[in-house]
Design a protein around this ligand. Structure first.
Ligand code: FMN
Length: 211
């Protein structure tokens, strides 16, 4: 089988200007719940793209952890590559791909750190293994070998300090305020449906895009 011969026909749904409604995040939530109900694996996984100060892009998957007031939330290490890039350029892109439903959602937004209190609340709700991992991992730094991580992990998880573990200052949440959203539904013959919302003077402008 040649890679170039791999193709699917998309025929699971359709999308029109009426069905998406007038609020992109309301419609997004509807699609997210449909993905959860359709047993999509990792329905909250989204590709986050950031750029460095020269405009060089970089993408990775993070998990959506909240949705409120036209904002999408995720958590990470503020000193990671993505954290440093957001410090110098807070414009980001987010992308969901739900292949089981033949759907894609694209967002452009502005990232800002959430409050320390909200980061604490989420950090404290995580399983102890994840909390320990967040404390001991210098995310995105070069390390000598895996044993360096495992040693630090075991030392902390087996110590009495694990009882009082607290969120490190360099770990927390970002809220991405959405300024553009595009919903894509695969259709037969590559005549896919694409409906985009863009923010113009604090109002959503809804447009259909050619596939
Ligand atoms: C399914 C999945 C979920 C992930 N969720 C997160 C997350 O919520 N936060 C995070 O910091 N990294 C998460 N990662 C790891 C990131 O993709 C990435 O490796 C890490 O954040 C370092 O990225 P950076 O060096 O570009 O900052 C996830 C990876 C996968 C595949």
């Amino acid at each position: 089988m040649k890679i170039s011969d791999i193709r699917l026909q998309y025929e699971k749904g359709s999308l029109n200007e009426h069905t998406v409604g007038d609020e992109p995040l309301v419609f997004f939530e509807k699609w997210l719940h449909e993905s959860i109900n359709a047993a999509v694996q990792e329905p909250t996984a989204m590709v986050l793209s950031t750029c460095d100060s020269n405009g060089c892009p970089s993408s990775r998957v993070v998990l959506l952890k909240g949705l409120a007031d036209n904002k999408l939330h995720f958590f990470t290490n503020y000193l990671s590559l993505k954290g440093n890039q957001i410090d110098s350029n807070n414009q980001v892109a987010l992308l969901f791909f739900w292949p089981e439903l033949e759907r894609q959602v694209r967002f452009i937004g502005i990232a800002s750190k959430i409050s320390e209190r909200d980061s604490d609340e989420y950090f404290n709700s995580r399983p102890i293994e994840s909390r320990v991992g967040a404390v001991i991992s210098p995310q995105s730094q070069v390390i000598n070998d895996r044993s360096q991580l495992e040693t630090a992990y075991i030392r902390l998880i087996e110590s009495p300090e694990v009882e009082t573990i607290r969120r490190p200052e360099h770990w927390g949440g970002y809220a991405v305020t959405i300024i553009e959203a595009e919903f894509w539904q695969g259709r037969p013959g590559r005549l896919h449906d694409r409906i985009r919302f863009r923010n113009e003077n604090n109002a959503w402008v809804k447009e259909r895009l050619a596939p």
